[in-house]
Every structure is written in structure tokens, then in C-alpha cells.
Write a protein that binds this ligand. Sequence first.
Ligand code: DOR
Length: 437
Amino acid sequence: MTKILITDGTLVTNQGLQSGDVRIRDGVITEVGTALTREGDELVVDASGQWVGPGFVDLHTHLREPGGEAAETIASGARAGIAGGYTALVAMPNTEPALDTVALVSFVLAEGGRSPITVAVAGAITQSRAGEQLAPMAEMAALGVRIFTDDGAGVQSAGVMRRALSYSKPLGVRLAQHCEDATLSGSGVMNEGPLAEKLGLAGRSELAEEIMVQRDIDLVRATGASVHFLHLSTKRAIDLVVAAKIEGLDVTCEVTPHHLTLDESFCSDYDPTFKVHPPLRSAHDVLALREALRKGLIDAVATDHAPHTPESKDRAFDEAPAGMLGLETAASLTYEALGQDKCDPELFYTVLSRGPARVAQLRHIDRPIGLSPQGGALSVGEAANITVFDPRVSWEANANTLQSRASNTPYHGRAMFGRVSSVISKGILVLQEGKLQ
Ligand code: DOR
């Protein structure tokens, strides 16, 4: 096993920030202190001027395998994850076929087990994600699946969602909802409003999202179960979730880096790279999402990393599939959304690591499926899943140098601030000075 010494970092611990060093042996943090002396055969990660905290956890990654390997594989997605600072990814089930059986979930867990980071799985709520018959959630939960979703689409029927929630509760698992009422989102391709009208593109309304958020909050109240709201994009959706939390309901939510940094005006050139579901919203919504994030009202920043091949994506805006890459730019964009030099390192690691680990129940793992506890406390005895972030670096995003198999990033050529420099996963140095090991 590798022996590692991280030196001179700003450590993000559960007791607050402290300057110091971290020693790692056999996958575990064995010492945290200052001026620790280097032992002969240790790899040294010089973290002076940098932040050292728990490895990032992405609650929302489309790894595309099985079925979409031309766009991404579990292995290439995991490499993109490492480059972006992630030590754990939750694989979304809208593959071909959908991850709705023990056999398919087992396949992804086994394949993910070959990567140096943790690949957890979100199982489907309904069979084939068709929104009708419940998938065998109990059987998938027995494999260690802790979160279920039909993401890509919301569960449209309130009756099916209520049944799914009642079924999920005794299993101790969380349902995650893609909130769009299809009767309102219809065939819209960008945010509904004056800009869509001017561009002659069909709109996708904010109401489509908000009505489903409200419905599911009511269903959580009725069933006592829990829901995680995926990729919320409107001010009112956030307000509804915050109110439900104050009421004491077990609800959590995420926002994406793109909804925090891009607004609908990026659709003005009809570039399909900017097509995503839910769509990029108004500048007013972007500001409201940032404000909620800065106030600590959002549980997680989650990427909705959605790789698409150039053949499928490079089409007319209204024909192209929705989705954009996220893993390799998320940390810098979160840093930007949190105010760059005003960004609080604790909040940064809360929304990228501790919060998502809690939602995905990856903090404590009780089943031997090769998953390693995530979102930990950077203290002695914890699993060594660690991400080092350098807030001083600026760089330019480049679609041609990504680890992902796909290149549909909306940030090509954009200046980025702050960058992940090193990642330790399960005690192994998998990224050093920005290079995959
Ligand atoms: O834009 C999106 N793309 N939103 C989703 O919910 C699904 C994703 C995909 O799978 O491409």
C-alpha cells in the first residue's frame, strides 16, 4: 500500500480549518498534525497554499454503460471523475437498458469496482423507467443501493410516486426526483419566456419543475418517506424545498454547476451544447441559486455529467439530445459560484463532499461491495479519500483535453478559477499535480 504525506495544507476538518499535514497508511489517515517528519519511502504531496478536504462525491453522473459506451464508459467516466476531484460517483440508471434489476446493478458495481474510485449506483424507481410498475427496489437495496431515481424523466403519476415512497421507507433508501411535469414541459427545448419566443424555440416552463417539487413535498408529508430533488433550477423550487426543510420533512436538494453559472442567454446562438434538462434559466434564477448555495441552503452541487457523442449532439438545437459534461469543471465552477476569493473552504467541501455523501448514504457503508466511506472528517482512523484544491490557479477549459470520452462541455475556452491538484482514493494517489497516476 502507498504511504503518503500531505504537507502544509489548509485542512478542512470537522473541527474547522487548521494548517498542517496528513499522513496516510493502508488506506487510512494515521496522523494529522503540524511539521510531521517525512518517513523514508513516503510519497509527498506538497499542499502549501492549497485546501485539503474529503474527496468529492458526485450524486449525479451519467456513465452511459451499458448501452451508451460510444459517449462514455464506467472507466472513462471514472477517469473524468478523478480529474475533477471525485472519489465517488453515483451512476444514474438511464442507461440502455435501464438499471432496474439486480443483474444490471451488479454489473455496474462490478465494473465500477475495477476503477480506483467508488462507483455507487442509483437504481430505477420503475421498471424500464417507464413510470408504471415499481422496480424491485428491495432486491437492489440488498446489494447496497441507497438511492433510486427515474432521472431523465420524473415519475409522472402521483399515485405511482406515492406507492414508491411507501415502499422505499422501510428499506431506508431515498428516492431522487427529476422534477418536470411532462404535460407542462412538453416538447420544449429551452426556458419558456420572451427569449424562447424571440428565438422561435419551444419553451419548457419553470412551472413544470415547481409543480412536481410541490407535489412530491406533499407526498413526503403524507408518507413520511424522503426525497432528494435533482438539479433544481428555479428560485421558487428552492424556496419550496427550504420551506419543507423548515417544516421538518426529510427532503434534500442539489443544484448543478451549469445552473449556477450559465443562463438562458447562452442559447441565443442555437448552439446545442447549451441544451439541457431542466433548461438554463433566467439570470434572476441563476442569482437566486447562487445566493441559496452561499447561505448553505443546498445539500449538494451535483454535476448531471451527461456525455453525448458528437454525432448525436451536433444537430439543430431542437433535435439534439439534452445534457452537458460536468465532472471536470464542477469544482472550479462551484468555487466561482461561492465567490472565488470569498469562497469558504468549509462550505465548498460541504456541498461537494459531505453533503452529497450524506444524501447518498456513502458516509457509512455497511455492505462489502467495494465502496469506501466518503465525506469523512479528515481525522485519524478515517478512510483516506481526499481531494486537494488549489484556489490560486486559473486555467482555461478545453473540450479537447478532457478525460471524458465525450467533449460536449459548454465551457470550452472559458476562464476557470481554482483547480483540483491531487486526489487520494482508498489511500492511493490517483491524481498528482493535475495528472492522472
Ligand atoms: O439534460 C439532461 N441530460 N438532463 C437529464 O436529466 C438527463 C441527461 C442525460 O441523460 O443526457
